[in-house]
Design a protein around this ligand. Sequence first.
Ligand SMILES: C[S@@+](CC[C@H](N)C(=O)[O-])C[C@H]1O[C@@H](n2cnc3c(N)ncnc32)[C@H](O)[C@@H]1O
Length: 374
Amino acid sequence: MDLTHSSSGARRSSRERGDSGRFGNSGPPDGETLEFRDEELTRTWQDFQLSSMPDLLGSLHLCHALHALSKSGLLDRLRRGRDSAETGLLDGMNHRVSANVLRYLVLKGVLEEWRGTYRLTRRGTLLTSDISLARLGFYLEAYGPVVQRADELMTGAAVYGTDVQRSNGPLSRHCATIFAAYYTPLVLETMRDRGAKRFLDLGCGGGQLLVDACLNDPGITGVGLDIAPAAVEVARELARSHGLEDRLDFVVADAFDPMSWPEVCSGAEVITSIGVLHEQFRDGDKAVVAILDAYAGFLTGEKMLLIGEPEPHYDDRESDSEFFLMHVLTDQGFPVDRAAWSALFARTRLSCRRTLTWATAGPRMCFYDLVPRV
Ligand SMILES: C[S@@+](CC[C@H](N)C(=O)[O-])C[C@H]1O[C@@H](n2cnc3c(N)ncnc32)[C@H](O)[C@@H]1O
């Protein structure tokens, strides 16, 4: 190792030192400063910088800090103009920790600070949009408990579903935000002119589809079914908040076991299932064909089945690869593209009348409008 050093006893100006004086630095300590240099160590440190790991660490922690900003209620306060300690921004909080998290967010360009008041920067506004926070919450809050234990899931020390669970309440809430923005318009378009009034939503999550359908048409009633009690709770609360508890029922049941569905599920004119069916690929294509045929048994006359499924591209854009990882770790079946669904529908008693999708907006998703084959 070729270790060299230079020494200097001279005091440098604060401009040369590069310190702002903000943290009370008054200059270097007295005495000689030794500055070492080693080519090999410099190269390893440069390699680390070039690896982009520092950027990844920045993104990781910024994600957590943004989530905390939202969950702690500070984001709401900032939006409502409580932007300084004087206007109650930190009331009821741990001042020291919260104030320093705000300072971190200033460093990250999310907030700007001016004379003790904090405002979201333009970047901060975009990062805290409803869509951005829903996507963040989906990965961090809903699937974070799973990703954190990826090593155990890989080695088999832990098993998904037994030792490790995704967080279903947050999953439902964050999916519902995305649903309202991107999927409700497509679902309502599919229903146009069909005159259907009774809905059954399988894997209803936070209940957004049914609530939106009811708000759009006062004649609609429905049942939402989900295997996760936490999701059903979120859905009931959403319905209550819109005064729709008389028109919507939510039940805990298994979408893949129609024989176990409670009586209230019968008589639906439209059965919907959004973002659920691919989970059944875990048991192979045949299991999906079988469950689609079971659903077909519930459909007669004008009734229809609307399946909405994420369409993976298996690339590294728009979080597609992260979405894939979530399915890997939760040991679900993998979503497939429209060509694969088309081949699968051909093996069922259903035919696909239309495929609906957004060309350029929202998480990649296709809706398949299915009717019993004649
Ligand atoms: C990705 S979320 C989609 C929720 C909602 N349909 C949406 O699009 O916002 C999938 C939902 O399916 C539910 N689910 C998964 N397997 C299920 C099953 N076997 N029976 C009923 N619900 C199920 C999950 O609990 C979760 O709420």
